[in-house]
Write a protein of this length. Structure first.
Length: 585
């Protein structure tokens, strides 16, 4: 095998991988979002999950993509780990369909009518239709179908290049000796794992094995362990997708590896034990592209059949491997308080809801205080904590919101109705405060990455603003947790001072930019942070009004506190002036 053949082989691999990428991306554009919704809505039990995982993976041509989607669903709390395991099993089976598509490459090897259905003719027709749709179709959906066809054509052309480049190996003694060494099952599995981990695609690895089969040097006892290794290697991209995921996300990603390893051990173990007793005649059978595809499918089907009854055990295994953090256990304990049986008893339900919202409020306070600390002393762990808290608070809002909406269907009296409405508004305010904290965290990350340094005067102003934000957030959370009327009256004067402070800071920063003390780039990120801090104060004011409405039982404060007369109150004016002095720049 000379340099020309090697370059042709590598070029074929490149074309093959590119074609798979184009075809897969186009398939996802045509059906990806629909597939996601199908996965989310219909994965109600493990059997449905297996069927759905098989179908979706066959459609989008990537078990990794399906599994990564599922990791995302579990990570966001939209799907349970047990449901995800069924889909992963289905994805492992569904990805074998690609091997059958590649087996089309062996069609038309004879003459006559068979040649009309050869790979070259099929690829040419598909490429011609694809390029017409890609270039001339007006609808995006039709262009994407053209992309699917072009990707398929490139994939098949790459396969032909690989097969052609490998032809000289038919009679190469060194190649035959090397392939013979793969009859050692352990070595074959390791080769399969390595190749798949490097190219990040089980389908592509199977395609390379099918191309090698064209040489006639691949026998069943060589191909089978390699196929087992390919299954294990396919878990690498899914494992990578779980970096930074929640505990459940990591469990879902890791279960992909466990299934593939257990599948190889169980199916391989049973097969080789039976072979030692029976001595299968087909072990030395020369493999073709079709027989590789068939073996791959049968192996994966055997894995699914063996492990499908063990979904519950697999779940327990990954739960034991990735135990919940203390915070996750606390979150679960909070959500357990939202007992559906209490919905018929509004007083009990609202009492439980208040406890859970108090936990959400405490996490919101931690988020705001945390981002201020990170701004003053940069820390990657601190940034990650703020971002993680935003996700946690989102989950609290979703579950609490759903529970409160269910409560509205009960026969509520006027007081209970007002409390439910107040709680729904407060949920939104706490969630938005954590969103703004995350926005500030992202601005801080930008400052760190771009090495932005603010002037001393800008830093002084930012510090004063942050002190005011800490004060208003701390008072707001305390008042909400304790239904404290007197301190709630302090929030609005402070919010007005923060508004004025933000306006002054923006004006001062424009002047600094004009004097070239700060750049325009500094101005954008500085203003972004000021705006987010101001929004946090606004939400604190909203919560204060809700507290005052509930305690005073005076409705309409939301409208009234926006009127000028509200600002003329002596209490308001005295504390406004006090806060002006404390937080002066």
């Amino acid at each position: 095998m000379d340099a020309t053949n090697i370059i042709s082989l590598l070029g074929g691999v490149a074309m093959f991988l590119f074609g798979m990428s184009v075809m897969g991306d186009s398939l996802k554009k045509v059906a990806g979002s629909k597939m996601e919704m199908i996965l989310y809505k219909l994965a109600g039990n493990p059997i449905k999950g297996i069927i759905l995982g098989t179908g979706v993976t066959a459609a989008i041509q990537s078990s990794s993509a399906t599994s990564v989607m599922v990791v995302g669903f579990v990570n966001s709390g939209m799907m349970q780990v047990k449901q995800a395991i069924g889909i992963v099993l289905g994805a492992i089976l569904g990805t074998s369909i690609t091997g059958w598509i590649l087996a089309l490459n062996s069609l038309g090897s004879g003459g006559g009518i068979a040649s009309m259905f050869s790979t070259e003719v099929l690829t040419g027709v598909v490429a011609l239709i694809g390029i017409v749709l890609w270039m001339f179709a007006k609808k995006t959906a039709h262009k994407n179908i053209g992309g699917i066809m072009l990707g398929f054509a490139v994939l098949m052309y790459g396969m032909s290049m690989m097969s052609g480049a490998i032809v000289p190996l038919r009679t190469d003694p060194k190649f035959i000796d090397m392939m013979t060494s793969f009859t050692n099952p352990v070595l074959g599995v390791l080769i399969g794992v390595l190749v798949t981990a490097v190219i990040q695609s089980a389908s592509a690895a199977v395609g390379i094995l099918q191309a090698l089969a064209v040489t006639g040097a691949v026998e069943f006892d060589m191909a089978f362990p390699i196929l087992m290794g390919i299954g294990i290697g396919a878990s690498v991209p899914v494992m990578l997708s779980a970096l930074g995921a929640s505990v459940n996300g990591k469990r879902t990603a890791f279960v992909y590896l466990i299934i593939d390893v257990l599948g190889a051990v169980l199916v391989g173990g049973i097969f080789y034990i039976v072979n030692a007793i029976v001595h299968f005649e087909f072990m030395t059978m020369e493999m073709s592209m079709v027989s590789v595809a068939l073996t791959n499918t049968l192996y994966r089907l055997a894995v699914v059949i063996l492990l499908a009854p063990c979904i519950g055990l697999l779940e327990k295994l990954v739960v034991a491997m990735f135990p919940e953090s203390q915070e996750a256990l606390e979150e679960k304990a909070d959500m357990d308080k939202l007992e559906p049986r209490f919905l018929d008893h509004p007083t009990l339900a609202l009492a439980q809801t208040k406890e859970v919202i108090d936990s959400m409020a405490a996490k919101t306070l931690e988020s705001v205080m945390g981002v201020i600390e990170v701004r003053r002393e940069y820390s990657k762990d601190g940034l990650k904590r703020v971002i993680d808290l935003e996700r946690v608070i989102d989950r609290y809002e979703d579950k609490l919101g759903n529970y409160l909406f269910k409560l509205t269907s009960s026969d509520l009296d006027e007081e209970h109705s007002r409390e439910v409405s107040k709680n729904l508004r407060v949920l939104s305010d706490f969630e938005r405060m954590s969103d703004h904290a995350r926005n500030i965290a992202e601005s801080i990350e930008e400052i760190n990455e771009k090495k932005i340094v603010f002037s001393d005067s800008a830093l002084h102003e930012l510090t004063v603003l942050e002190d005011a934000i800490r004060e208003i957030t701390d008072v707001t959370i305390f008042c909400f947790a304790n239904n404290n009327y007197n301190n709630a009256l302090l929030i609005d004067p402070l919010e007005e001072v923060i508004d004025d402070l933000c306006d002054t800071m923006k004006t001062n920063h424009v002047e600094r930019i004009s004097r070239q003390e700060c750049t325009l780039e500094h101005g954008f990120v500085f203003n972004d942070m000021i705006t987010d801090y101001e929004r946090i104060a606004d939400h604190c004011s909203n919560i204060a009004v809700d507290i005052l409405e509930m305690i005073s039982e005076v409705e309409g404060l939301h409208a009234y506190h926006k009127q000028p007369d509200f600002r003329q109150d002596e209490f308001f004016k005295d504390h406004f002036e006090e806060y002006q002095k404390r937080f002066a720049i």
